[in-house]
Design a protein around this ligand. Structure first.
Ligand code: LLP
Length: 386
């Protein structure tokens, strides 16, 4: 009965709230990341025996301290641009390049050259790159990203599979890619698929593994199957937590059926989303024709997810935790766009007022890194709590 139980968030503890209020006093908007939460999520994945290799998709949060913590936890790092490649070697100078994946989309030729020069593992998802740049790939190992003909995810804009998607090489045409690679003496050592982001049903990944393993059997040179990222987290109070036990069980079964391959994953959100909050300060409280609005100094320039995907993030007034949060407000930012809304009809304390510190929850993934300077408002700061 009632919503599924979930553990209290790290920032709900009194000492953490005090620390966040102190940080907010040094300026808002700013993100705070809780490293123990990142490590705890990492260990939950490390405990899944069927998985041989774990990569963090750094696009979700490339903060150097997060990268260092995840490398310490045994994770490799998945990069999609030259900027991300440079970031990982800056953050972790002694990083073994065999722990770095490069999985770009429509990147320029020089980025593939840079990735090989670094010693990273390169993933391709089209045959044109092989044909146009044979010198880049001749004699190399590479991974092939496959489009399994369907996608998944929390919103149409984060689906990365199917005919309408720019990602992945069609599974039905794999033989043509294999022939083009063979002509260059390039070896396909990995097969990859990532169908989208924010996927909650744990069967998804075992199905992907089975489909990719059948493809790998046909290629013959593959040693690793990368089933992507995409694991969701519970954003709403009554969202069920991702069912890791069912996920692990499914992977163990499918791995037992196809034991020849090393199983790799590359999640982003799951590792960092819940570790991050965005701290903002109330600028104005306005009632207009029956609608009460709380304005923040953070907006769609600080956290794009609500404006981009209608994403839901918890909103909490950290300055007034004593009274009940029983009054409905629309929570908005200062940007001159109607999409600059963090939430409609959110329950906050009735006495919410200018100067209060508000936390926007679960903002550690795809938050700060997507921030921009629209309206010439400042970028958010970032702090790490050890
Ligand atoms: N691997 C590849 C090839 C990817 O494209 C992505 C995410 C990941 C792994 C990690 O996915 P995750 O585990 O984080 O779901 N900005 C959107 C999400 C975009 C995801 C892009 N690719 C959002 O805030 O919901």
């Amino acid at each position: 009965h009632g919503p599924p139980k979930r553990a209290p968030r790290w920032w709900e503890a009194d000492d953490a709230r005090g620390r966040l209020l102190e940080l907010a006093a040094t300026g808002t908007p700013r993100y705070a990341y809780h490293l123990p939460t990142v490590r705890e999520r990492a260990r939950a994945l490390t405990a899944v025996d069927a998985i041989d290799r774990r990569f963090f998709a750094i696009k979700a949060n490339p903060h150097p301290e997060i990268l260092r913590a995840l490398v310490e936890e045994g994770f490799g790092l998945e990069c999609v641009s030259q900027g991300e490649l440079e970031r990982v070697f800056e953050a972790v100078p002694q990083l073994d390049p065999s722990r770095v994946l490069f999985t770009p989309s429509f990147a320029p030729r020089r980025e593939y050259e840079a990735a090989y020069a670094r010693g990273a593992t390169v993933t391709l998802d089209n045959v044109e790159a092989l044909q146009r740049w044979p010198e880049v790939f001749r004699g190399r190992d590479l991974w092939l990203r496959i489009d399994l003909g369907r996608g998944d995810g929390h919103h149409a804009k984060v689906v990365t599979g199917g005919t309408a998607s720019k990602f992945g090489y069609p599974v039905a045409e794999v033989e043509a890619f294999v022939a083009a690679a063979r002509a260059l003496d390039a070896r396909i050592t990995g097969i990859h698929a990532h169908l989208g982001s924010g996927i909650g049903h744990p069967r998804h990944w075992r199905e992907v593994y089975a489909e990719l393993a059948a493809v790998a059997d046909g290629i013959g040179t593959v040693d690793t199957i990368d089933i992507g990222g995409g694991l969701t987290i519970p954003y709403k109070p009554d969202d069920a937590p991702f069912d890791l036990a069912a996920w692990a069980e499914g992977l163990a079964e499918i791995k037992a059926a196809w034991p020849r391959y090393r199983l790799a994953i590359e999640p982003g959100r799951f590792l960092v989303a819940e570790a991050g909050v965005l701290l903002a300060r109330v600028t104005q409280v306005v009632e207009k024709q029956g609608v009460r609005r709380v304005g923040l100094d953070a907006g769609m320039h600080s956290l794009m997810r609500p404006a981009l995907y209608d994403a839901w993030h918890g909103i909490h007034n950290l300055s007034r935790r004593e009274g009940p949060a029983d009054t409905a407000f629309d929570v908005v930012g200062p940007i001159c766009e109607s999409s600059d809304v963090f939430g409609h009809g959110r329950r906050l304390p009735a006495d919410t007022a200018e100067g209060d510190v508000v936390a926007i929850a679960d903002a550690g993934a795809y938050g700060a890194v997507i921030a921009n300077h629209y309206n010439l408002r400042g970028l958010p700061r970032e702090d790490v709590l050890a």
